[in-house]
Write a protein that binds this ligand. Sequence first.
Ligand code: GAR
Length: 204
Amino acid sequence: MKNIVILISGAGSNMAAIVQAAHQQRWSERLGIQISAVISNKAQASGLAWLQSCSEFADIQTEVLEHTQFASREDFDQALLKRIDVHAPHLVVLAGFMRILSPTFVAHYAGRLINIHPSLLPAFTGLNTHQRAIDAGCKFAGATVHQVTPELDHGHILAQAVVPVLAQDTAADLAARVLTQEHLIYPKAVLDFFKLEEASRQAM
Ligand code: GAR
């Protein structure tokens, strides 16, 4: 089995989209890909409660590792890395995981750590992406799935989705429109990651 570990901090709707796609498309039976664990840095993350409430996903472990319990970013990242590696992951998926990761952590998962960011990268790295897109007068906004590198919200782009910015949009309106697209592109990008890997393995 090829294991996936998903990291969240909040609502976890992208995590839910991936978990549901894996279930509906029978990734485990067809492709030998399974979601082993969802780990949150916040005990209150509603995504954890959602997952725990779904009996059909009972085989996915839910875990909490509170970053506030650690003296430094490096200490937290080391503890997180140990937790993740228990699952021997093929791929680590950041899904609304609102922590900057240390270079050591990123290097450990080089090539197998991906993120979704709510903008059309390379535009609008960082926070408040929707308000910034509105303020800049953008006619289009969107989301990007990318490989994680030590530089925040950079790294090879794996997938993007584009949505229009409408005249009366608030940041919340735009965020909701973008999020519906995130739920489509992220599961597909995860699957494509494994398909690409399999294709390059067969080409060797
Ligand atoms: C999503 O919009 C995701 O793109 C964003 O947080 C939201 C999480 O929603 N991620 C970032 O801003 C990362 N820098 P979710 O918890 O419902 O998946």
